[in-house]
Design a protein around this ligand. Structure first.
Ligand SMILES: *Cc1c(COP(=O)(O)O)cnc(C)c1O
Length: 640
């Protein structure tokens, strides 16, 4: 690849700029002077923990990569900053209600996550949002705070309703949100049977819609929520039952990762009108729930691009408080408590996937033939001519010609008119041309799209010890972008343009789209692998949605998980470790019985002994390797 002359020595600051870590890291991540990625959970003047030190600590304890690292302090800090920002806005505008955040369990249901959210959230009365019986059961047993809300969304049956009503009876603020009209008669019937006054909410379909990847949840055609007419029916039923005092909450959810704050404001305006209408109808109300949607700036561009957001958290909070106030004050309606169900923004930052690179494959520099044999195919001669005529003025022309003659050679080969060896020579010349063009393309003022993309076609492939399907499913499924970068060697200039391939045998198992302040990059700048030295990368901001959506493609299982807690003196503790799936685990998920697997193989081995193909000692070694394999990690133990 073209190496530009260095005007000044490359240093860690250049790397920080190149990877944009100070833009997307939200202050939690940075690059140290000696070139490591560091974790800085206590803002500017606090301690910095080096990720390579954490990796060393894990490896010393026998934990192999890939590892999903959770930094508990970051979760604590994110919950706190959400509440602080809302509190600041509430104070600034003189808002009369309070902020009551809830965490939607579906965004990360892992036990350690929910446990820590309940713990760190307690001082802010941060609650939980659930969408199923399983999530409600988890919420009831982990949330020990009667001031915090448990918002019950999702479709409900009698069992779900009963559990929530028991929750209310025990003193929880368990709010049953109507997703379908038929849920109301069910709730009324069950609450009579159980003798509990229910807390009821209603989810509405707004006509407003937001832009973004995950915003199908909004709009008239949204599958969730009640239409205006259905809301009125529900109110009539409650009035008839003399239970309008039980209607307490209005809920809407526009979708996740809403990049544009205008969409949020528009929807909220509409929702506030509905809220006022509910109060007019005599409903008690008191809570306005804006759902999720608070976006994460994954690419650090601070724009309305899909993987970004064009607002800060403070702006989000101020906008919400101000909008609610302005509409309800006009109608002299008391300010409700504001609930948001921010999932992504709460947990994305706190997990990092750490993985090593196993190997690289790159286009080698091959020597060009000095002179071609007399009888060589014509396109080969033409290619060599093209190669010898490259100049800055004719790059595009040379590119077109090279492609043309390369295709001609391929066609000849298909028809049996040139040999394997002849085709090899032609392709060597072809790639030499492409490389030569790529080295000069930076000097072209306005390169065509083809020329501009030529360096990408020369990208090296680095093999990453992880599965995109297991650990970054959104990257595969919907082209979501996560910041990915090396976690060490950042004092050195990265010289390779790289596409990452994972270790599944699927051609979709790769990362070839990377964050860039100007859009999307097709290659990632990485360092050359040094003989045998380990090379570690991190995929950042992966705490939301990735874990349970991940799947067992090629039977690569859950990764190891480690949680650390950073102390104010800069030391850190490994507070929790979870072993990832073993081979036996993943086999059992797809209905193999590991004992049977072992027994079948033992029979095969014994048959080998019987037939004299292996000795009993061979059988012993073979069985040992097989058993170790079954017990072992599903990922590779490559360079360490
Ligand atoms: C998924 C979901 C959320 C979480 O949204 P984020 O954008 O991750 O904050 C909140 N509320 C409901 C109803 C959801 O379905």
């Amino acid at each position: 690849m073209a190496k530009k002359p260095l005007l000044e020595q490359w240093n860690a600051t250049h790397s920080a700029d190149l990877y944009g870590i100070n833009s997307w890291g939200s202050g939690y991540f940075g690059v140290s002077e000696n070139g490591d990625v560091v974790i800085t959970p206590f803002a500017e003047n606090g301690p910095a923990v080096s990720i390579p030190d954490v990796i060393k600590g894990l490896q010393d304890r026998g934990m192999d990569l890939p590892v999903l690292l959770r930094v508990e302090n970051i979760l604590d800090a994110q919950i706190t900053v959400l509440h602080d920002c809302f509190r600041a806005a509430i104070r600034e505008f003189g808002y009369q209600g309070e902020f009551r955040g809830v965490f939607p369990i579906k965004v990360n249901q892992q036990e350690q996550v929910v446990e820590k959210i309940a713990q760190y959230g307690q001082r802010h009365h941060h609650g939980l949002e659930v969408g199923s019986k399983a999530e409600l059961i988890a919420a009831l047993s982990y949330l020990n705070d009667h001031e915090a809300c448990i918002v019950c969304n999702g479709y409900k049956d009698a069992e779900f309703v009963d559990l929530a009503l028991y929750g209310t009876k025990m003193g929880y603020k368990c709010i049953l949100v109507l997703e379908m009209p038929s849920e109301l008669p069910l709730i009324l019937a069950r609450s009579k049977v159980l003798g509990v006054r229910p807390l009821i909410g209603v989810r509405i379909k707004l006509s407003s819609r937001a832009g973004g990847h995950w915003t199908e949840s909004g709009g008239d055609l949204s599958i969730f929520g009640l239409s205006t007419a259905e809301v009125v029916d529900a109110l009539d039923l409650l009035r008839k039952e003399d239970m309008l005092d039980c209607m307490r909450l209005l809920h809407f959810h526009l979708g996740s990762q809403i990049p544009n704050i205008r969409d949020i404001r528009e929807a909220l305006r509409e929702a506030c009108r509905v809220y006022a209408g509910l109060v007019d109808e005599g409903a008690a109300m008191g809570y306005l729930d804006l759902g999720g949607g608070l976006a994460v700036d994954y690419d650090g561009s601070h724009t309305n691009f899909l993987s970004s957001r064009n607002y800060t958290l403070s702006e989000y909070c101020a906008d919400i408080v101000e909008t609610v106030m302005s509409i309800l004050d006009e109608r002299e309606i008391a300010h409700p408590h504001i609930i948001t169900e921010s999932g992504r923004a709460t947990v994305a930052y706190y997990s990092v996937l750490l993985f090593n690179i196993l190997d690289a494959s790159r286009l080698e520099d091959r020597a060009l033939p000095v002179d071609l044999p007399e009888d060589c195919p014509e396109p080969t001669e033409n290619l060599l001519e093209v190669y010898n005529s490259i100049s800055l003025k004719n790059l595009q022309e040379c590119y077109n010609d090279a492609i043309y003659y390369r295709d001609e050679i391929r066609q000849m080969f298909r028809l049996g008119n040139c040999t394997l060896r002849e085709r090899g020579v032609a392709e060597t010349i072809f790639w030499a041309i492409i490389k030569e063009i790529a080295q000069r393309v930076d000097e072209v003022k306005r390169p065509t799209v083809e020329l501009a993309g030529i360096q990408d076609s020369l990208a090296s492939i680095y093999y990453a010890n992880m599965s995109v399907f297991q650990s970054l499913p959104d990257s595969w499924a919907i082209d979501h972008l996560f910041p990915v970068m090396p976690v060490h060697r950042l004092k050195e200039q990265p010289t390779e343009k790289v596409v990452l391939a994972d270790i599944t045998c699927d051609c979709d198992g790769k990362l070839d789209r990377f964050i860039d302040p100007r859009g999307v990059k097709r290659t990632l700048d990485l360092h050359e692998l040094k003989n045998g030295d380990p090379y570690y990368l991190g995929a950042f901001l992966v705490g939301a949605y990735q874990e349970t959506l991940g799947d067992l493609h090629n039977l690569f299982g859950d990764t190891n998980v480690a949680s650390i807690h950073i102390n104010e003196d800069g030391s850190f503790d490994f507070v929790r470790e979870l072993d990832g799936d073993s081979v036996a685990d993943v086999l059992s998920y797809v209905e193999y019985d590991p004992k049977m697997v072992l027994e079948r193989f033992r029979n095969v081995a014994e048959q080998g002994v019987r037939e004299g193909r292996i000795s009993p000692q061979d059988r012993y070694s073979i069985m040992k390797a097989f058993e170790n394999g079954l017990r072992g990690y599903t990922y590779l133990n490559g360079l360490r």
